[in-house]
Design a protein around this ligand. Structure first.
Ligand code: F6P
Length: 322
């Protein structure tokens, strides 16, 4: 079957670079003579028919913008078989030959459900968390890390001036990649990630005391979200080391902002590749980065891969952040 109409949607948490991916999908579809439909608010838009035709100018002036011009949502209705059925009917009614889903694992489970109802899908990994197991890289991750790094550099200025300890919580859902990499980049004394069981004494208090004894006067502690309340950590540090401590939860600032060059280029490449795949009838796949190359994998296989955490890098971080 030849591909005449493609639709594109963003789903789950937004990520800087999603706009660059949408732009690439729209422009390369049109370059190949394919009609392209934008779906608003993720799978909700497919269910409700909130869909519009896009043209070359619909994606002007967005490559440098954070967020997603298509809006996004997490759709509880799409987790029901009735919801998927409705969405599939809408796709068939509009003559959609393929859906490009930009999002994370949750969105890809949605894409798989839709593909099982006969709608060809291709997934593009887009989330700041870098937690799509089949891919070494997700769109938005680079920008989020750079944002976190810039913010923590600012926090460091004031921690240094007051001889304080700053405990900073970063995002990542259940993935420690943002915490590990920003922790290295800002020279954190301790980094807590979900992949490595931590011990308050060994990993924080003893490390602070050791570095304090060799002349260190200010400290940055990075904590991946969901591990431990940063205010509790702060109080314990104050009580046990006497060091005045402050906390910052970076939060959604990490999700916004202009995408980095890396995110824009990756998103553009993946967007073009997704269209190319649908044209070639290569369906129900997730695009991924493996050994720094852009590849694709079967959705089900991709969803069964276990996420790799770079424990060697984590050990190196501990050795040098002293
Ligand atoms: O998946 C991206 C992410 O920002 C996670 O890091 C975080 O756990 C979650 O989304 C926050 O979700 P919400 O958009 O519901 O605040």
């Amino acid at each position: 079957m030849s591909c005449k109409t493609i639709s594109v949607l963003t789903s789950g948490g937004d990520a800087p670079g999603m706009n660059a991916a949408i732009r690439a999908v729209v422009r390369s579809s049109i370059a190949n003579g394919i009609r392209v439909l934008g779906v608003r608010r993720g799978f909700n838009g497919l269910i409700n028919g909130d869909i519009f035709e896009m043209n070359l100018r619909s994606v002007s002036d967005i490559i440098h913008k954070g967020g997603t011009v298509l809006y996004t949502a997490r759709s509880p209705e799409f987790r029901t078989s009735e919801g998927v059925q409705k969405a599939a009917q809408v796709c068939k009614g509009l003559g959609i030959d393929g859906v490009i889903v930009i999002g994370g694992d949750g969105s890809f489970r949605g894409a798989r459900a839709l593909s099982r109802r006969g709608i060809p899908c291709v997934g593009i990994p887009g989330t700041i968390d870098n937690d799509v197991a089949c891919s070494e890289y997700t769109i938005g991750y680079d920008t989020a890390m750079n944002t976190a790094m810039e913010m923590i550099d600012k926090i460091r200025d004031t921690a240094q001036s007051h001889d304080r300890c700053s405990i900073v919580e970063v995002m990542g859902r259940r993935c420690g990649d943002i915490a590990l990499n920003t922790g290295i980049a800002v020279g954190a004394t301790a980094i807590l990630v979900p992949e490595v069981k931590y011990d308050m004494d060994r990993d924080i208090i003893d490390r602070i005391k050791f570095t304090q004894n060799i002349g260190k006067k200010h400290f940055i502690i990075i904590v991946a979200e969901g591990l431990k309340n940063v205010n509790k950590i702060s109080k314990e540090i104050k009580r046990r080391t006497g060091i005045d401590s402050r906390t910052t939860i970076l939060g959604h600032v990490q999700r916004g902002g202009s995408p980095t060059l890396r995110d824009r280029v990756m998103a553009s490449e993946m967007g073009c590749m997704a269209v190319d795949m649908l044209i070639k009838n290569i369906n129900n796949k997730i695009i991924a980065i493996k050994n720094n190359k852009v590849i694709y994998m079967d959705i089900s296989k991709a969803l069964s891969v276990k996420k790799h955490f770079d424990i060697e890098l984590y050990k190196k971080a501990l050795n040098i952040s002293i």
